[in-house]
Design a protein around this ligand. Structure first.
Ligand code: SAH
Ligand code: MG
Length: 223
């Protein structure tokens, strides 16, 4: 078992090759992230998120885990300026970088960043969102979800990044001992997502694995 990569190397390389290079300031953000080991969304995930944004046309997006604000910026640019984004980040250095990046991209009016631990911040939010992007500490997705499910509008999308966690979620033999707890939690999370009565979920093996769930308030069971 190879591990580390979700997809065959040649497929990932091919997908990276056919997608256009990012230009301008977003490109500078990618370079900063690569140099400083900031785990921003992969290129094919960026394209997928942009497609989801353009299909869903959300008025309000919530993001858990901003880092330098790369994915929030990608979503803001894909949605156009009618969309408001709230993004949560607990690291103050990252928050400072993200605020600066939003300014450079002219997105400060569109994106609000809240510094703090996501569970604490989420417990204070009351208005609902059309799209929620979960991309923070992998061991806490279950906790984040408990809030997310109450903050999503009917027909809204909950997108969970890194759910295949370098393949470890799918295969015991590549799970490193240190990651055992996180992997166990991620497996529980995916099973819950896939079997939730009010969600329709698709797990897609691109990037580090992404789950897309649509929320249906009345439930999926046809009477
Ligand atoms: N979404 C970003 C990358 C986020 S990386 C992008 O693709 O551009 C994950 C971020 O989540 C890190 O910056 C980390 O500090 C933050 N994070 C992890 N656990 C968190 C928590 N419990 N509350 C808030 N932020 C958290
Ligand atoms: Mg991620």
């Amino acid at each position: 078992m190879a591990g580390e990569k979700i997809n065959y190397e040649y497929i990932t390389e091919y997908l990276h090759q056919i997608l256009p290079e990012t230009t301008g300031y977003l490109r500078a953000m990618e370079e900063y992230a690569n140099k400083n080991d900031v785990p921003i969304i992969h290129k094919e995930m960026k394209a997928f998120l942009e497609v989801l944004c353009k299909v869903k046309k959300p008025d309000r997006i919530l993001e858990i885990g901003s880092a330098i604000g790369y994915s929030a910026s990608c979503m803001a640019l894909a949605c156009g300026n009618c969309c408001q984004i709230t993004t949560i980040e607990r690291d103050s250095d990252m928050t400072t970088l993200a605020i600066n990046n939003f300014e450079k991209l002219g997105l400060s009016d569109q994106i609000r960043i809240i510094e703090g631990d996501a569970v604490e911040v989420l417990s204070c939010l009351t208005s609902k969102y059309d799209m929620i992007f979960i991309d923070a500490a992998k061991g806490y997705y279950n906790e984040f979800f408990e809030y997310a499910i109450n903050l999503i509008n009917d027909g809204g999308l909950i997108i969970s990044d890194n759910v295949l966690y370098k393949g470890m979620t799918a295969e015991d033999s590549i799970v490193k001992r240190r990651q055992k707890t996180i992997v166990g939690r991620m497996r529980e999370y995916l099973i819950m997502l896939c079997n939730h009565k009010k969600l329709t979920t698709s797990v897609i093996p691109i990037g580090d694995g992404v789950a897309v769930s649509i929320y249906n308030e009345r439930g999926n069971d046809i009477e």
